[in-house]
Design a protein around this ligand. Structure first.
Ligand SMILES: [Zn+2]
Length: 65
């Protein structure tokens, strides 16, 4: 396991830890997890859902055959 030093309390903590388990301070570590891609995927799904709802409403209103 790799260690780094907490900038707040100075103790050795897990290098990948975003929050120091000793003092609870944020370490400023940017995890390489897929936070942004997940958000982009969520917005994409939201856009698709909105589009489908609009399409259904258009058909229901008789605007499309
Ligand atoms: Zn700490």
């Amino acid at each position: 396991m790799l260690f780094s030093t907490c900038p707040t309390c100075g103790r050795q903590i897990d290098r990948s830890a975003r929050i120091c388990p000793q003092c609870g301070a944020l370490t400023g570590v940017r995890t390489p997890s897929n936070d942004k891609p997940v958000a982009e995927m969520s917005s994409f799904i939201a856009a698709v859902v909105v589009g489908l709802i609009a399409l259904v409403l258009a058909i229901w209103a008789g605007l499309l055959p």
